[in-house]
Design a protein around this ligand. Structure first.
Ligand SMILES: *[C@@H]1O[C@H](CO)[C@@H](O)[C@H](O)[C@H]1NC(C)=O
Ligand SMILES: *[C@@H]1O[C@H](CO)[C@@H](O)[C@H](O)[C@H]1NC(C)=O
Ligand SMILES: *[C@@H]1O[C@H](CO)[C@@H](O)[C@H](O)[C@H]1NC(C)=O
Ligand SMILES: *[C@@H]1O[C@H](CO)[C@@H](O)[C@H](O)[C@H]1NC(C)=O
Ligand SMILES: *[C@@H]1O[C@H](CO)[C@@H](O)[C@H](O)[C@H]1NC(C)=O
Ligand SMILES: *[C@@H]1O[C@H](CO)[C@@H](O)[C@H](O)[C@H]1NC(C)=O
Ligand SMILES: *[C@@H]1O[C@H](CO)[C@@H](O)[C@H](O)[C@H]1NC(C)=O
Ligand SMILES: *[C@@H]1O[C@H](CO)[C@@H](O)[C@H](O)[C@H]1NC(C)=O
Ligand SMILES: *[C@@H]1O[C@H](CO)[C@@H](O)[C@H](O)[C@H]1NC(C)=O
Ligand SMILES: *[C@@H]1O[C@H](CO)[C@@H](O)[C@H](O)[C@H]1NC(C)=O
Ligand SMILES: *[C@@H]1O[C@H](CO)[C@@H](O)[C@H](O)[C@H]1NC(C)=O
Ligand SMILES: *[C@@H]1O[C@H](CO)[C@@H](O)[C@H](O)[C@H]1NC(C)=O
Ligand SMILES: [Cu+2]
Length: 771
């Protein structure tokens, strides 16, 4: 059947049968998620249909334009992928959404070739490569790449749907590998720190030059779009060595919470002033490569939208063990990861001093665990291992040959395949639960990722602690995705909210959402009292972080209608863009802990700049009606009498919902069509709005200089005495054949890429006809 016919059929079916559909997934289980084609080091959700995936440039079997691919798009409904062209090496980049719903990724490594060696076209000086003729990747050190999310069917055919990735036209001022990225209230993004080229941690040993490590560390910050020259952040010098992929969270005041090494601060980015906050307790490192799980806890009316940041796991390995750029000075896999959790409220509303507070230990120690916000106010932690650290290496100080490395290149071991769920609202001693959660048999160690999907399941993918693709290593390059189903999939009925808006503002008029009686069972008053509205930004997932991830419960009251439906009166976001920065998010309505499917919303003006705010309007008082009930079968999600326990249904492995399978499939097919059609309209509308509203000069572009090849040499030469040049390091960690005769000193290779869908890459805003 043609997609258009399907959509029409779907619309017809929807008109005839608007009732909520039963779910057919076992709560607590993992399902086969299909292949991601490239290893999913990074993921983000583009829309209802597509998750975008990035890998490093490596020898994936999947091809594009005659070379190995390192980008892909994943079809959520079909669990299939298609490769996408990416020009530069995205190896350990950072990324973020933009206020208009597009996405951006920053930096990466130099060009890489087979074996993880430097590419074969070297930058002047020979310390890194600008291009590799086998893998076809250009250096990504300074790259700023932009992607406009598209419908699945459009991706391969529409030039506007491709990555814009041309470091000649658009690039950062500095080379950054493992930089932090955090959006500001105006939608622009702070890009902080990183390695210039890289290694295990960001220091030489002894650490004589903590600021720049002789040119290997990048202690500055800059913004996209630019707000001026890259400037040193003293905190990067203070935390030297363990400061890459710093943990960053914008606070209500507009200052930024920054955590790295054992240090914490509040950063006033407008004046580059730092206010010291307490050190991380118990000597636990939470940044890469200790890689603790971290997230801002849900912002709710109950906590008055006061942010607290939670850190779990990581490693309290002694300082010396972390080693240097080349490798750890310890056999990391013998060192247990931490199970401890701490949170801090960086800007307490009562004026008290911020402090780290210990909360319940995770059920098991984890490095590389990562938090995924669920639309019921809870936080899922998945992935990681109980031993060692992130990173990979061919040796340590003590195991000097790859053949003797017990887990091949992995510096972690003992994967923790069982998720755990943290309930911020639970009482002390009972925050964590693993009840009814199955254990995955797929190791998700270094370079894994996880992200919430629109049906409130969780996509888990990646794992590749290998320099280049290796399918036979103990922890191999992993293409298999999984979909994890949280306990609320025990519900037989999911809420089906109607009239959810597609844009939200900071303050202003409340909006009404209608929940039909078919969305719940039992007393309407009880169901309404137990209904919450969540906006979740799933973030940019990589390296055990979901950069930019946030969860916020919108305030609401309700009116129970005599026909059994419930009208929710829902506040816009609080009038402070720093609480939830402008851009895309998913909105869920959750009844008695059971979420609806998501509606994609755009928050704020859709553009960079000061966001309009207005006072929050008062919500109408709640209106109850006795003797009114829902029409969903009892035991359904909205039922206040629901007693379905995730433990029961998942441990038995059986499901009581098989009767609904046929209906579910028919319904799913129909809904996919509806969502597809609706989303097409949404994107087209967004595009039109964007092309009408924005002048062609909207990019803050720098056309000065090339892709950084020349600049790199100056950086390198800044202090050669303290820096062991990377081609030396490469002999060990990167195993470059790097002898001097190989250094060709070729000019930067920057020819137009041929053979793409449109034959060339026009920046979206230039000349390219908009659709
Ligand atoms: C790291 O330390 C080891 C052992 O001292 C040394 O062999 C190696 O050259 C150092 N690497 C760098 C980049 O300093
Ligand atoms: C962490 O920071 C401290 C200074 O606060 C420094 O002494 C230590 O070497 C740093 N650790 C690493 C691994 O760089
Ligand atoms: C939520 O709305 C109620 C009713 O309008 C109001 O009393 C309360 O202050 C609001 N809470 C927050 C955190 O805005
Ligand atoms: C958390 O607890 C508070 C106070 O009991 C309650 O108002 C709030 O609704 C709860 N939040 C969630 C997400 O359950
Ligand atoms: C994969 O890893 C194994 C174990 O380290 C090694 O023996 C093998 O040579 C590697 N394969 C490739 C293609 O690098
Ligand atoms: C039920 O009542 C509400 C409020 O009057 C109305 O908006 C809705 O359309 C009604 N639903 C049905 C199915 O009649
Ligand atoms: C509210 O929802 C929770 C699940 O989040 C459930 O345990 C509780 O029984 C519900 N309460 C009422 C009054 O429906
Ligand atoms: C509503 O419920 C109350 C208490 O259960 C009962 O007394 C009353 O008769 C009911 N009213 C109607 C209209 O059903
Ligand atoms: C739990 O996981 C095991 C192994 O991964 C699998 O065989 C089993 O079917 C799973 N059970 C459920 C209920 O998903
Ligand atoms: C939610 O989305 C899933 C996946 O697209 C679909 O199967 C299901 O029917 C939807 N449920 C509702 C209540 O819309
Ligand atoms: C969003 O903004 C970016 C940066 O200005 C731009 O490149 C992109 O094309 C915009 N996306 C859409 C859909 O207009
Ligand atoms: C990048 O843009 C420049 C200037 O327009 C162009 O010459 C070059 O071919 C482009 N590079 C790629 C890889 O498309
Ligand atoms: Cu990495």
């Amino acid at each position: 059947m043609l997609p258009r016919q399907l959509s029409l059929l779907a619309l017809a079916l929807a008109a005839a049968a608007p009732a909520a559909l039963a779910q057919t997934h076992t709560p607590g289980s993992f399902e086969d998620g299909g292949s991601t084609l490239v290893s999913a080091m990074m993921m983000f959700i583009g829309n209802d249909e597509v998750v975008y995936i990035l890998d490093k440039a490596e020898g994936n079997a999947a091809q594009i334009d005659g070379h190995a691919a390192w980008g892909a798009a994943y079809n959520i409904a079909g669990r299939t992928s298609q490769t996408m062209s990416v020009i530069t090496n995205t190896f350990c980049a950072s990324g973020m959404h933009l206020p208009n719903g597009s996405y951006v990724t920053f930096g990466g490594n130099g060009a890489a070739g087979p074996g993880g060696n430097m590419g074969d076209v070297l930058a002047p000086g020979g310390y890194s490569a600008t291009y590799d003729t086998t893998y076809g990747d250009y250096s990504g050190s300074t790259s700023i790449r932009i992607l406009n999310p598209c419908k699945w069917d459009e991706i391969s055919s529409n030039a506007d749907c491709q990555w814009f990735d041309n470091a000649t036209l658009l690039h950062m001022q500095k080379q950054r590998w493992y930089s932090a990225a955090e959006p500001l209230g105006d939608g622009s993004i702070a890009i902080i720190g990183g390695f210039v080229e890289g290694g295990y941690i960001n220091r030489n040993w002894p650490n004589k030059d903590p600021a720049t490590e002789g040119g290997a560390a990048e202690p500055t910050y800059e913004f996209y779009p630019s707000k001026g020259d890259a400037t040193v952040m003293n905190f990067m010098i203070k935390t030297s060595g363990l400061n890459s992929y710093a943990h960053t969270y914008l606070m209500p005041s507009g200052k930024m919470f920054v955590q790295a090494n054992l240090s914490t601060m509040l950063w006033d980015w407008q004046n580059n002033q730092e206010t010291e906050l307490p050190a991380m307790p118990d000597g636990i490192i939470r940044v890469y490569p200790a890689s603790g799980a971290t997230a801002m806890m849900p912002l709710t009316p109950a906590n008055d939208y006061s942010p607290s940041v939670l850190f779990c796991g990581g490693s309290d390995m002694p300082d010396y063990y972390w080693g240097n750029y080349s490798w750890p000075f310890y056999n990391t896999w013998t060192y247990a990861a931490s199970a401890k959790c701490h949170y801090i409220t960086p800007e307490p509303t009562d004026g008290s001093d911020p402090q780290y507070v210990e909360t319940d230990d995770m059920p098991k120690g984890r490095t590389m665990g990562q938090f995924v916000h669920l639309p019921n106010g809870k936080m899922l932690v998945v992935n990681g291992g109980s031993m060692g650290t992130a990173g990979f290496s061919k040796q340590t100080l003590y195991v000097t040959s790859l053949a003797d490395m017990p887990y091949d290149q992995s510096l972690a071991a003992d994967p923790v395949g069982q998720p755990a769920i943290y309930d911020p609202n639970a009482s002390s001693g009972s925050h964590w639960s693993t009840e009814g959660l199955n254990t995955s048999s797929i190791a998700r160690l270094y370079h894994s990722s996880a992200i919430l999907l629109p049906d409130a399941s969780v996509l888990i993918a990646g794992s590749n602690p290998n320099l280049d693709v290796n399918m036979t290593a103990i922890y191999p390059t992993t293409y298999d995705a999984e979909v994890f189903y949280p306990p609320y999939f025990s519900a037989t009925t999911r809420p089906s909210p109607q009239n959810v808006p597609s844009t939200l503002s900071y303050g202003g008029d409340y909006f009404n959402v209608l929940l039909p009686a078919s969305s719940y069972s039992g007393s309407a008053n009880d169901a309404a009292d137990n209904t919450t509205v969540w906006i979740i930004r799933t973030g940019w997932t990589t390296h055990a972080m979901n950069m930019g991830q946030r969860s916020m419960q919108l305030n609401n009251t309700y009116t129970v209608n005599s026909n059994g439906s419930i009208t929710l009166h829902v506040s816009q976001l609080p009038p402070n863009p720093n609480l939830f920065q402008p851009g895309p998010a998913m909105l869920f309505v959750t009844m008695s802990g059971v979420p609806s499917n998501a509606t994609f919303v755009l928050i704020g003006s859709g553009d960079f700049g000061d966001q309009p705010t207005s006072a929050a309007s008062a919500l109408p008082a709640k209106v109850q009606l006795d003797n009114v009930s829902g029409s969903a079968p009892s035991g359904s999600g909205g039922s206040s009498s629901s007693t379905s326990s995730s433990g029961d249904s998942s441990s038995s492995g059986s499901t009581s919902h098989t009767g609904a399978i046929i209906g579910g499939i028919v319904g799913a097919v129909a809904l996919v069509g509806i969502l597809g059609a609706a989303f097409g309209v949404y994107i087209a509308r967004q595009r039109r709005a964007a092309s009408q509203a924005k002048p062609a000069s909207m990019y803050a572009m720098s056309s000065v200089g090339g892709a950084g090849a020349l600049g790199r040499r100056d950086v390198r030469n800044s202090d050669s005495s303290a820096f062991v040049p990377l081609q030396h390091e490469n002999k060990s960690m990167w195993d470059a054949s790097g002898n001097a005769s190989n250094f060709s000193l070729s000019p930067y290779h920057d020819e137009p890429r041929m053979g793409g869908p449109s034959g060339e890459f026009d920046p979206y805003y230039q000349n390219a006809p908009r659709r």
